[in-house]
Design a protein around this ligand. Structure first.
Ligand code: UDP
Length: 433
């Protein structure tokens, strides 16, 4: 018997819905991660359910992605968008509805993989209530993030406490880079068990078209010196640094310089303020004639933008992993990134791109210009970048490492009361708790 086909796993991502369009409001890397890991695990024979919070009555409650993989939207509080910093109070209802879902379907998840600190709290309750084993991926660490922003939200102390608790109690923490693991150890706790399994990307989707074909399709000048940003509009993403750096480029005024800032919603959404701020800076610096903000780019069109670019810039103040960097690299486009977090792991300076100190406009400008000035070197960096992604960052590879981890944990004998096999617990007892 292939025991894998019997295995059921819940991926819990309360605020990052794996079935929504990516690139708008708060939807970014975590949504992509959960969706791609879910689909890749299903291909390996796992029965995968991805649990998230329903944010609109128009949303389907269940979205079937493939025969073994679906998104389940649970209600928690009003069915409307709530920013992640305001979600904590709704989590008990999320847990209740998760338990109800299990009861209605007649099974209990022996293992849950939680994503982001909010979901980690849900996972800790499920461990308490029914002995589910917990694997957790942070996606962002409060202890690092709060060092990079001016206004600390009210929820900060709760978040920091939950992040410490999950590190010390989860069966396994998945860090997506050695740098993230180091942050956990130095800033959160020396206790707990951490494995490093990176994020991945679709190496067939990205890298399927060459630069000139992509430019022809997008209507971009074949001679353009094209600088690209892709991502959410959030001050922590450092788009301002990029704009100011391109504003100082030696290629300014050559008529060939182009800056595309992809991502973001239409006006009126929660990320609109940052978009307005960036548009004002572009205007102030007199860069309107060579800068475009096309809004959210679908995953289907993104490979063309990455391929068309001479350089992709990831100027984040803090980045636990940074999917955009490996998507660009898979597309043979070198990356200029901030010298922080997971970007220090994915980008190899002078080999696949360049690193610059975060928020250092002059350093970014110089790094971008070095690549724009030397097309042959740009191509060499791009080739090496593609190779690095192929060997280290495919979703198939990531999912198979996660599958091995889950299998190992599920085969381990329970050591204490909280780690008893959930199959041994009567469902009535679970519901009574
Ligand atoms: N993304 C997208 N369209 C956009 C902007 C971003 O599909 O217009 C995707 C991008 O391709 C990547 C993800 O959103 O897969 C962003 O992930 P990353 O880890 O770089 O940043 P995060 O959003 O997690 O901070």
């Amino acid at each position: 018997m292939n025991s894998r086909t019997e295995q059921r796993i819940a991926l819990i991502s309360v605020h990052g819905d794996p079935a929504v369009e990516i690139g708008k409001e708060e939807a970014g890397g975590q949504n992509v991660y959960v969706r791609q890991v879910g689909e890749a695990l299903a291909k390996l024979g796992w029965q995968v359910e991805m649990f998230t919070r329903k944010v609109s009555v128009e949303q389907q409650t269940i979205v079937q992605h493939s025969p073994n993989c679906r998104t389940i939207r649970l209600e928690a509080g009003a069915v409307e968008f709530v920013p992640r910093d305001n979600l904590f109070g709704y989590l008990p209802e999320f847990v209740d509805n998760f338990l109800k879902f299990q009861q209605e379907n007649g099974f209990v998840y022996p293992l849950v993989h939680t994503n982001y600190w909010l979901s980690s709290w849900v996972g800790m309750q499920l461990k308490e209530i029914q002995g589910s084993q917990q694997v957790h991926t942070y996606h962002s660490l409060g202890a690092v993030k709060y060092n990079t922003i001016d206004t600390i939200p009210l929820i900060a102390s709760t978040r920091l406490a939950v992040e410490k608790q999950v590190l010390e109690t989860a069966k396994r923490i998945v860090a997506t880079s050695p740098q993230e693991k180091e942050h956990m150890r130095s800033l959160v706790s020396t206790k707990g068990s951490i494995d490093i399994i990176p994020c991945g990307t679709d190496i067939t989707q990205f890298g399927c078209i060459d630069r000139q074909a992509a430019r022809a399709l997008l209507g971009i000048d074949p001679e353009a010196k094209l600088v690209l940003y892709v991502g959410r509009f959030d001050p922590r993403k450092g788009i301002e640094t990029l704009v100011r750096a391109v504003g100082e480029s030696q290629f300014r005024g050559s008529e060939k310089l182009q800056l595309i800032i992809g991502g973001g919603s239409r006006p009126g959404h929660s990320d609109g303020m940052e978009r307005d701020r960036i548009e004002n800076i572009v205007a102030e610096l007199g860069m309107n004639d060579f800068t475009t903000l096309p809004g959210r780019l679908s995953q289907e069109i993104l490979p063309y933008y990455y391929a068309a670019a001479d350089v992709c810039v990831v100027p984040s103040h803090y980045e636990p992993f940074g999917l955009v960097a490996i998507e660009a690299m898979a597309s043979k486009t070198p990356v200029v990134a901030s010298d922080v977090g997971g970007l220090q792991f994915t980008v190899v300076p002078e080999k696949t791109g360049l690193l610059a100190a975060p928020q250092d406009v002059a350093a970014f400008s110089c790094a971008i210009d070095r690549i724009l000035a030397n097309p042959q070197w740009r191509d060499e960096l791009g080739q090496a970048a593609r190779k690095r992604v192929e060997t280290k960052f495919s979703w198939e590879g990531v999912a198979s490492q996660l599958a091995q981890l889950y299998t190992k944990l599920l085969q381990e004998k329970p050591k204490d009361k909280n780690q008893e096999s959930p199959e041994g617990i009567p469902r009535e007892a679970i519901l009574a708790s």
